[in-house]
Write a new protein. Structure first.
Length: 149
């Protein structure tokens, strides 16, 4: 597996991975309406990826395929996104991405973890701070503010 910096040329593949990850891995904890609000099919991949390009953003590549991605705001220690392809979930790709992201910050790390990802972050040394409620496209979703010293 190789870790590369995210670029705009990867937008379509990264968006597809994100969409499939949310709609496959999270369907046990969220309703179809919530999944559609979180990862709507009508999203422009290039507009969606643009904010990540101003952060430390990486992709994990196996062969020629992107199998995961994530980004962090190093100065704030905020892990913004971390997703893996459903086909490799549970194979250590997420842990490798997270470790790489964490190495860029020298402060308390934080993340808003979904119900699905909460256990992953707990096993990675994060502690639950509080429940967080967000609204996307008029739909309410729950996630968890978590921190790691």
């Amino acid at each position: 597996m190789r870790i590369l910096r995210l670029s705009d040329s990867m937008a379509d593949e990264v968006w597809t991975l994100f969409y499939n990850s949310v709609h496959t891995l999270c369907r046990g904890e969220y309703t179809p309406e919530q999944l559609d609000a979180w990862a709507p099919a009508d999203t422009d991949p290039h507009a969606w990826i643009e904010p990540m390009l101003d952060t430390y953003a990486i992709v994990a590549v196996e062969g020629e395929a992107i199998v995961g991605f994530g980004n962090i705001y190093p100065g704030r220690g905020y892990v913004d996104r971390l997703y893996v392809s459903p086909s490799v979930a549970g194979h250590g790709i997420g842990r490798t991405i997270l470790t790489t992201l964490e190495s860029q910050a020298e402060c308390v790390l934080s993340v808003h973890a979904s119900d699905t990802a909460k256990g992953f972050f707990l096993h990675s040394g994060y502690m639950t701070v509080r429940e967080n409620i967000v609204e996307r496209r008029g739909v309410v979703l729950r996630n968890w503010l978590m921190e790691k010293p």
